[in-house]
Design a protein around this ligand. Sequence first.
Ligand code: ZN
Ligand code: ZN
Length: 104
Amino acid sequence: MKCPACENELSKIIAGEITVDVCKGGCGGIWFDRFELQKVDEPCESVGEVLLDITKNEKIVIDQTKRRRCPKCTGLIMMRHFFSVKKRVTVDECPGWGVLVRCG
Ligand SMILES: [Zn+2]
Ligand SMILES: [Zn+2]
């Protein structure tokens, strides 16, 4: 599966009880499948330790004004919202499959 934000290939990582796909070596985004997201209250905190291991490519600049396409559905533009303005957590949501979270 490719990262919706930077097209990097996502890698599967186990964070406690959940499995997420992370954009290692890319923008550092994290894909939660819907049923994985249901198990967590705060996605960025739940993967806190894993986040430390995600190497971001600092050269990749993400255009936050751009809407993202769902990596699982063809042609679906995901909904953008923010968990917390202060933490700069952005969430792109597919109504069917899950969300791409970027913990800013
Ligand atoms: Zn990415
Ligand atoms: Zn989708």
